[in-house]
Design a protein around this ligand. Structure first.
Ligand code: C2E
Ligand code: CA
Ligand code: CA
Length: 400
């Protein structure tokens, strides 16, 4: 007989656990289990697979269509609000479906395919179901291959940092450099973060890679400062991903990178997005305060794209906000775009934060920003990201 397996993973479980605590997280899992059992027939089997993953075996001539219908029903019941200790919690689920219409050698293989389909559902935006297809195995393989190559790349020192100048719009002088990761791949050439960061983040490899970035950026700026005393006030900005920021050893790693290189705290700036900051409220509070004590300054990256509530700006010691390039690009064409940038610049001024406009590409944008008294800017018009060798040449000329 045909049967189907649904592999389900809750989309926001980690967030619930982090913000509401493990005991509410456990209650949520139990409540989900109960709804699942009520949603299927008594001849079907519901199992908790581990963590926030559930597997459901639909037996008795379950073809693809009926499996899809059950998956939809499950999405429906999981999507209804849960009441846990006076709180209303909303979640969704991603579901992968595999049936034995493909012949399998072992139950593990079928579960693996259902899991792959679930991953695919997550990749397509979560809160949905996907039926397994053979080509999903190839994708999984290529993700695995990139992961292996990343590991080798780290060992073989294939990563590089490029540096993009950040300029004062008042004095036109370079005040800082943003370190941007590049991968000189042995066969595919120079790769941009978009080509490999998603795999690095998913696999956790972003942790060792991020450690390298932090160390390298500190060492490099310190070397330049030693060569050219006029670079004492130059800063280097390092981008952080969610996993790095929530790494319990993160603050210690920053302290080590500073002491190993001899760079002073105020020369280092860390860029994080609003989502990362607000999404990890408790850890963030502790980490940001400890970094502040080291003299390291925090910048909000891609400001305006992630979060609608602004209260967090008051609660964390934030030094600068980087206005996302999408707003800068809209400035020339859309009067509302200009209004938005003006509002952000004046908000920054009120809150005592610097504002850095990202992605400046045209002279018109630059002039508008100067007119708004936006303090700092970055973008292809001012300077492109460049290799360490080119950056070194450029910095050497600044003293002349
Ligand atoms: P981001 O932090 O917003 O960095 C700025 C990106 O905008 C860079 O892309 C830069 O090359 C690009 N850019 C600069 N000026 C202009 C401009 O005028 N117009 C346009 N259209 N783009 C401009 P890149 O280097 O490809 O980096 C992409 C993203 O990857 C970064 O966005 C950052 O989120 C992430 N990233 C880069 N390096 C690291 C790293 O070391 N660690 C982590 N975790 N993420 C990194
Ligand atoms: Ca950045
Ligand atoms: Ca940015």
């Amino acid at each position: 007989e045909t049967f189907a397996v649904l592999f389900m993973d809750l989309d926001q479980f980690k967030g619930v656990n982090d913000t509401l605590g493990h005991s509410l997280g456990d209650q949520l899992l139990m409540a989900v289990g109960k709804r699942l059992k009520e949603a299927v027939r008594s001849s079907d089997t519901v199992a908790r697979f581990g963590g926030d993953e559930f597997a459901i075996l639909l037996s008795g001539s379950s073809d693809e269509n009926s499996a899809r219908k059950v998956a939809e029903k499950i999405q429906g019941v999981v999507g209804l609000p849960f009441r846990l200790r006076e709180r209303e919690v909303h979640i969704s689920a991603s579901i992968g479906i595999a049936t034995n219409l493909i012949s399998y050698e072992s139950p593990d293989d079928l579960l693996r395919d259902a899991d792959l389909a679930m991953y695919h559902a997550k990749g397509l935006g979560k809160a949905r179901s996907e039926m397994f297809r053979i080509d999903m195995r190839e994708r999984a393989f290529s993700r695995h291959a990139v992961e292996e190559e990343l590991r080798a790349g780290l060992k073989n020192r294939e990563f590089q940092l490029y540096y993009q100048p950040i300029k004062s719009l008042k004095s036109d002088r370079i005040v800082g450099l943003e370190a941007l990761l590049r991968w000189l791949h042995p066969t595919r050439g120079l790769l941009l973060p978009a080509d490999f960061l998603p795999v690095a983040e998913e696999s956790g490899l972003i942790l060792p890679i991020g450690d390298w970035v932090l160390d390298q950026a500190c060492r490099q700026l310190k070397t330049w400062q030693e060569q050219h005393p006029y670079l004492q006030n130059m800063t280097v900005s390092v981008n952080l991903s969610n996993k790095q920021f929530t790494d319990p050893n993160f603050v210690e790693k920053v302290a080590k990178a500073l002491s190993a290189s001899g760079l002073t705290g105020p020369s280092l700036r860390l860029e994080i997005t609003e989502r990362v900051l607000v999404g990890n409220y408790l850890t963030a509070n502790h980490a940001v305060a400890a970094l502040h004590d080291l003299g390291v300054q925090m910048q909000i990256d891609d400001f305006g794209t992630g979060y609608s509530a602004l209260a967090y700006l008051q609660e964390f010691p934030i030094h600068a906000i980087k206005i996302d390039k999408s707003f800068i690009h809209r400035m020339d064409t859309d009067p509302k775009g200009l209004g938005l940038v003006r509002a952000v610049v004046s908000m920054g001024r009120e809150l005592g934060m610097e504002t850095i406009a990202e992605g400046i590409e045209t002279a018109a944008q630059l002039n508008e920003l100067k007119g708004l008294s936006c303090g700092f800017g970055q973008g292809f018009l001012l300077a492109k990201p460049m290799s360490a060798i080119s950056a070194e040449k450029m910095l050497a000329k600044l003293g002349a």
